[in-house]
Design a protein around this ligand. Structure first.
Ligand code: SAM
Length: 1004
């Protein structure tokens, strides 16, 4: 390898961080019609905006000249504006809202894809790569965001993933639309027999009423030939029509209106009186946030059964806020509580503990009962009791279910569901309640419906042959029909819930977990509402349309179902990838939900598909070959947490080595990290360095909405860190810790000033600073300790020092307001307090950011919550997906919900009342902030003598840092607050209050 200095890439010098973050967030919240996240569920898909920005900035060289660089960045990411629009506040009052957004650039979803500047970037990328298309690899491709963007930018992409479902999604995202982009063929004859379909096709997908009319294709204005997307729509309607014929009678209508969904509860037989008790966590069926719909379920016990009635228009209480919430909570009390389930029969009322319910569930003794039907009414959703016909038509015998599967390869899905446990398997609890086979996650009617749709999807493939479709088209259309099927399956299990606020179905994977759900929703697949088959067709067709356009100029991809550890034999110019993070998401176990169905729908259609879906379930870890899915899951290692963690880390190191082999000498590796524990990514960073890479930049792109459960879950950050690496020169020699640290210090302040001036703040600032600091360290294969012969400085130790510099810089910078002097000598706890107070005040703060700050200050999360009593866990999840209206069932939360305590809040001085506050403990001197808080308590108690004694005993009067801290706390306290008054009196008492003009200058 040549040791010539290489040209820097744009991403190694500058990155449009703010714009990439704004556009990534926009992508998550804006209308997602056509977005790949609506093609198929895949956990933790990266935003296209972030992927596109990272690829362009990695593939282009830095222009060198600041003016040219600024122009290039603006072309890439546009400018930030803050228009004011009319909106509503939390009370529903109309107000002016100013929100930052981008204008211009090529990153914004829905705008960037059509920008003529994309051609400019394709050209520039090619030029920068010596006039040929760069080869790009993503060894952990998942849902394919990164390779899709690489292809859009003109790269030759290789997309690798070990999971067959991911492979299939990649096939549908990258390969099939690339092959058929630009091609058209005549629509099948049946189109004109289905007026609804003909009309949609003629109007480019939109729906129009065509009741009773028959059309011929030309009269309808249909093109002579149509692209793949139109054929997918046509054949999906063919499947729907066939399924309607078979299933129509099992979804009866009332007064001509079909229910859009059915609400169910599981039931348990009362141990005492034998009543069949519905397991209801709440009796609220609907409670919209604006209070326009308030619907409650009423129960009445008749004999051994419970009958339901619906109370619409439940009056609003006069109270507001917490009182209203409490009123509504009491009104809606269900049969279930933490203690178990209480029998609703007046004369019984015994409570069966959860353990009893679990035992019954395991023995298959739980039943289910239809409790309400939801219909689309003239003024929104309406709720009513089910009719006897509706209850009867939902019942199927075991024989009927078996018969529905007789024509489906592999029959009923009897493959095992994942076992619940610790670590990654904490996502699963269904198995513990007897739902130990995938087929058991469905009602009998859901199973029969899915089997019917699967059968007709398979028939469609055969029918296309008779209609003269070439093999490539048949496979492509059937593949998208399988995706329509999977969308329906996601909405059709007994894990799907009714979102009573948004009044929509939350599919099985509203969270990336399989928890037991007691009261669930069943979609009517034949309706036209959200979650139905018809609705799923629209979502899939729109993505196919988008993909055909995206691939208009792309080259054929290579899609490999294999382990990243195996590597690839061709050399690539760039690797951009987003690996799995320890135990964050058990991809393979979760996605087996879809695997078992895809295997049945696709079997026999194509030899490659059969090969990929040959095994009963997707691969986990293969002990014989020491290869498989990279995930920290101790259940795969006989419960050994250590072995599991080690296996994951070794596997990642092997995968990075394979990346090193695949990369050209001047290539770049960009890795995305999204784990809140700095330790986790330090371990991975160490593996990257060991594999032969130098880390030279890192950018924290905010990719998740701060309020989503995902960003607050156990392992997720709202920012993902994009780490940029290049190959270390072959002749690089071991380094010495003192020199490496010196070099790092010499460089870091310039970068810190740059980042600060660029407006990067909070935890992002710490992450952004880490990459460039690591350059000095990772330039050497190993860093030896100059004063301790034989010992080396680990990456953790090095980064510990870096983070402390960064944190001291922030504390000094923020608190001195007009100066950039880093603060030194402040104790860890006080440093943490100031950082936290400055960023979050006394509001709820995400635990991920707090852990990063704590670790940066040399503390653990336990230190700040328990040992020093600085933070209280509020248990807030900041608005879970269940509270959001999220109609499209696309990728939602990243990890299994953590439960209580995902948010923390700083305790105010008057909440910190431990007797030992401000007193030294053995081996633990009292932090300065604790000393201030103790003094405040003494001052409030009016005990001036004790204040004096304390000040004297600790020599605080002469301690300049103490004076500065006091002054800083005054500045941070709210004007007019008791805290501020108290601090000012103390300050006056000490006679340290300087003349007003000098206040700021004197701080730190
Ligand atoms: C964070 S996800 C990638 C998400 C992707 N960037 C996207 O936008 O959808 C990590 C992926 O790594 C895959 N994976 C896990 N172990 C693997 C291995 N040994 N080889 C290849 N892929 C693996 C998982 O199946 C998962 O799709």
């Amino acid at each position: 390898m040549s040791d010539e200095p290489k040209k820097s890439r744009l991403i190694e010098v500058a990155f449009p961080l703010k714009q990439a973050s704004l556009d990534s967030l926009h992508e998550k919240s804006a209308g997602r019609a056509g977005h790949i996240s609506t093609l198929h569920i895949w956990p933790a898909r990266r935003p296209l905006a972030a992927s596109r920005a990272a690829l362009i900035a990695t593939l282009l060289n830095d222009p060198g000249d600041p003016g040219e660089r600024a122009r290039l960045l603006e072309k890439l990411a546009g400018r930030i504006v803050s228009p004011t629009r009319r909106g509503r506040d939390s009370e529903g009052q109309r107000i002016d809202v100013s929100k930052q957004e981008t204008v211009g650039g090529v990153l914004h979803w829905g705008r960037g894809e059509h920008s003529p500047d994309l051609d400019f970037f394709r050209e520039e990328i090619r030029k920068a790569n010596g006039g040929r298309a760069p080869r790009m690899l993503d060894p952990f491709s998942g849902g394919g965001a990164i390779p899709l963007e690489a292809m859009r930018l003109g790269c030759e992409a290789t997309a690798v993933d070990i999971n067959p479902v991911a492979w299939f999604v990649l096939k549908c995202t990258l390969d099939l639309p690339q092959k058929l982009a630009g091609q058209t063929r005549p629509l099948p004859g049946f189109v004109s027999d289905i007026p609804e379909l003909a009309n949609q096709l003629a109007s480019g997908g939109g729906r129009r009423s065509t009741k009773g009319k028959r059309h011929d294709q030309a009269a309808l204005g249909l093109q002579e030939t149509s692209p793949l997307s139109a054929h997918v729509r046509a054949w999906a309607h063919w499947v729907l029509r066939a399924a309607e014929k078979d299933l129509g009678s099992r979804y009866p209508t009332r007064h001509g209106t079909p229910p859009i969904a059915y609400l169910w509860a599981r039931t348990v037989v009362c141990r005492n009186c034998r009543t069949s008790i519905p397991l209801l966590k709440t009796r609220w069926l609907c409670k919209t946030r604006d209070n326009s719909r308030r619907v409650l379920l009423a129960l009445e016990v008749e004999g051994k059964a419970v009958k339901f009635s619906v109370q619409s228009d439940v009056p609003l209480p006069r109270s507001a806020g917490a009182q209203k919430r409490e009123h509504d909570r009491k009104l809606g009390v269900g049969t279930m509580s933490d203690a178990g389930v209480t029998c609703p029969k007046e004369s019984c009322r015994i409570t069966m503990p959860m353990e009893d319910i679990r035992v019954d569930a395991r023995s298959g003794a739980l039943g289910h009962q239809l409790i309400a039907a939801v219909v689309d009414g003239p003024s929104g959703k309406e709720y009513r009791s089910p009719t006897p016909a509706e209850t009867a038509s939902a019942a199927f015998t075991v024989e009927e279910v078996e018969a529905a599967f007789s024509a489906i390869p592999f029959g009923l899905p009897r493959e095992s569901t994942p076992k619940g446990g610790n670590g990654a398997s904490r996502a699963f609890s269904v198995d513990g309640y007897g739902l130990d086979q995938w087929g058991k996650l469905f009602l009998p009617r859901q199973l029969v419906s899915l089997a019917t749709f699967a059968r007709h999807t398979r028939r469609a493939h055969a029918e296309m042959a008779s209609a003269g479709y070439p093999a490539e088209w048949r496979l492509a259309i059937t593949s998208y029909l399988a995706l329509v099927f999977d969308r329906l399956a996601n909405q059709s299990s007994t894990i799907a819930r009714w979102n009573k606020n948004g009044q929509n179905i939350e599919g099985t994977f509203a969270r990336f977990a399989l928890p037991m759900v007691w009261d669930f929703v069943e979609v009517n697949p034949l309706s036209s509402s959200s979650g139905s088959y018809r609705n799923s067709i629209d979502w899939i067709v729109q993505v196919v349309e988008h993909l055909l356009e995206a691939h208009a100029k792309s080259s054929p991809p290579q899609i490999l179902r294999r382990s990243a550890i195996e590597g690839i034999t061709t050399k690539v110019d760039v690797i951009v990838t987003d690996p799995p993070y320890y135990d964050a998401i058990p991809y393979s176990d979760l996605m087996d939900f879809f695997y078992v169905w895809l295997r049945r729908v696709l079997h026999g259609l194509d030899p490659e598909y059969d090969d990929v879906f040959a095994a009963p379930l997707a691969p986990k870890w293969n002990h014989a070959t020491a290869d498989g899915e990279l995930i920290d899951d101790s259940s795969r290692f006989e419960g050994s947490k250590d072995r599991s963690k080690q296996n994951y880390e070794d596997g990642m190191a092997r995968a990075f080595k394979a990346c090193h082999e695949a990369l050209t000498d001047d290539g770049r590796l960009v890795i995305v990290f999204a784990h809140k524990h700095p330790d986790a990514w330090e371990t991975l960073a160490a593996a990257i360095i060991r594999a032969g890479f130098v880390v030279d930049a890192s950018w924290p792109i905010q990719t998740e909405r701060a309020g989503r459960a995902r960003s607050l879950s156990s392992a997720a950050l709202s920012s993902s860190i994009w780490l940029v690496c290049r190959k270390r020169p072959a002749l690089a020699r071991p380094g010495w810790d003192n020199r490496v640290l010196e070099e790092m210090r010499a460089r870091i302040y310039t970068r810190l000033n740059d980042f600060w001036d660029a407006g990067i703040r909070g935890p992002d600032f710490v992450w952004a600073a880490t990459g460039p600091a690591m350059e000095a360290y990772s330039a050497h294969p190993v860093v030896k300790k100059a004063n301790e012969p034989g010992l080396t400085m680990g990456v953790n130790e090095f980064l510990g020092q870096v983070r402390r510099i960064v944190v001291d810089y922030v504390v000094g910078r923020v608190l001195s307001k007009d100066g950039a002097e880093p603060i030194t000598g402040l104790d860890d706890v006080t440093t943490y307090y100031l950082l936290h107070r400055n960023d979050f005040g006394f509001e709820d703060a995400p635990i991920g950011a707090c852990i990063l700050y704590a670790v940066s200050c040399g503390l653990s999360d336990n230190d700040v919550t328990d040992t020093y009593d600085l933070l209280a866990r509020t248990g807030g999840k900041g608005g879970s997906a269940s509270e959001e209206e999220d109609d499209d069932g696309s990728d939602a939360d990243e990890g299994p919900g953590e439960g209580a305590g995902s948010k923390v809040r700083l305790r105010s001085w008057d909440q910190r009342k431990r007797k030992s506050l401000g007193l030294d403990a053995t081996g633990r001197p009292a932090p300065l902030v604790d000393q201030v808080h103790r003094l405040m308590h003494l001052w409030k108690a009016g005990d001036v003598n004790k204040v004096e004694e304390y000040l004297e005993a600790r020599s605080l009067k002469r301690n300049q840092t103490f004076h500065k801290l006091l002054q800083a706390l005054i500045e941070l306290a709210e004007a007019g607050s008791e805290e501020r008054a108290m601090l000012e009196s103390l300050s006056n008492h000490l006679a340290i209050l300087p003349a007003k003009d000098n206040r700021q200058r004197d701080l730190f």
